[in-house]
Design a protein around this ligand. Structure first.
Ligand code: SF4
Ligand code: SF4
Ligand code: FES
Length: 281
């Protein structure tokens, strides 16, 4: 959480990553109005702030200018100001956004409402508690291989693994997913970010762990109805639904709902639940 001192909020010394310098503010003669949630887990309300607009200013610049000049106790989480760290995720006009990647001018005359992510508990103002995600991550079986890296791998395997590795853990896909956001299925559903992580692990040719039962039972992949909202908000353009969720759903369906496999398991006495095949995924 950064707190403003009027000159360099966040104590960042690099000019490239600094907020808009004070001398730039006001040059355009235009202003921007932001309505920012102020509050904590007990509740809160929007407070309106007006600041001088600078051409090219992103919403994080505006929030930091407000923090520096009008509301020194305004809490906002940020780090890189370059869309790399995933820290500044919040909601602008009800949509998950990286504050440092969203220009104020995009809202051209519209009101700008800035709130913390709704799928997680709020700590203060724009900062939400995303620690649940790290617990989900820890529960996923880690990479397991009987061979030592470096591995010899085909180029197509490396290419397939590149996309899920781009994730910056902004958790905006988690925030937009209705299973978490609206239905609050946190105990039963891992969420799109962790289907991306599972995809990386499951598709790694040297990994030997089996996560399909976990995906079905603990990670609740069957709750996902492929709305693609997660893909739409991903700031690094991971095709979450097409490249992570659908292939994992296919694997789970092959493993658990294929009638021939089900019969073989039954014959071998490995079918513990006694449920027949269905189309649940
Ligand atoms: S596609 Fe699935 S995981 Fe993604 S937002 Fe929709 S329901 Fe959630
Ligand atoms: S998959 Fe995309 S939206 Fe989801 S946490 Fe990673 S970078 Fe963010
Ligand atoms: S501050 Fe790092 S992604 Fe926005």
């Amino acid at each position: 959480m950064s707190e403003g001192n009027g000159k360099n909020p966040g104590n960042v010394t690099s000019r490239a990553h600094s907020p808009v310098p004070n001398e730039e503010l006001g040059k355009s003669g235009k202003t921007a109005k932001l309505k920012i949630f102020r509050g904590d887990s007990e509740g809160g309300q929007e407070v309106e702030y007006e600041i001088p607009l600078v051409e090219g200013m992103v919403v994080l610049d505006a929030v930091l200018a407000i923090q520096a000049q009008q509301a020194g106790d305004l809490a906002v989480r940020w780090n890189c100001k370059a869309a790399h760290c995933g820290s500044c995720s919040a909601e602008i006009n009800g949509r998950p956004k990286l504050l440092c990647k969203t220009r104020v001018e995009e809202y051209d005359g519209e009101e700008i409402h800035v709130h913390p992510m709704r799928a997680f508990p709020v700590i203060k103002d724009l900062v939400s508690d995303v620690s649940w995600n790290y617990e989900v991550s820890k529960a996923i079986k880690p990479f397991q291989s009987s061979e030592q890296a470096p591995f010899t791998m085909y180029e197509e395997d490396v290419e397939r693994l590149y996309e899920p590795k781009k994730c910056i853990e902004c958790f905006m896909c988690q925030d937009v997913c209705h299973v978490l956001r609206t239905h609050h299925k946190h105990p039963e559903f891992a969420g799109p970010r962790f289907f991306v992580r599972n995809q990386w692990l499951e598709m790694h040719p040297m990994d030997e762990a089996d996560r399909l039962a976990d995906l079905k039972e603990d990670n609740g992949i069957g709750f996902c109805n492929i709305t693609k909202c997660c893909t739409e908000v991903c700031p690094v353009d991971i095709k979450i639904t097409d490249n992570s969720i659908i292939p994992l759903k296919e694997r789970v369906a092959d493993e658990f709902y294929d009638p021939a496999k089900w019969l073989m398991r039954k014959i071998r006495g490995n079918e513990s639940s006694g449920n027949g095949p269905s189309n649940g995924n």
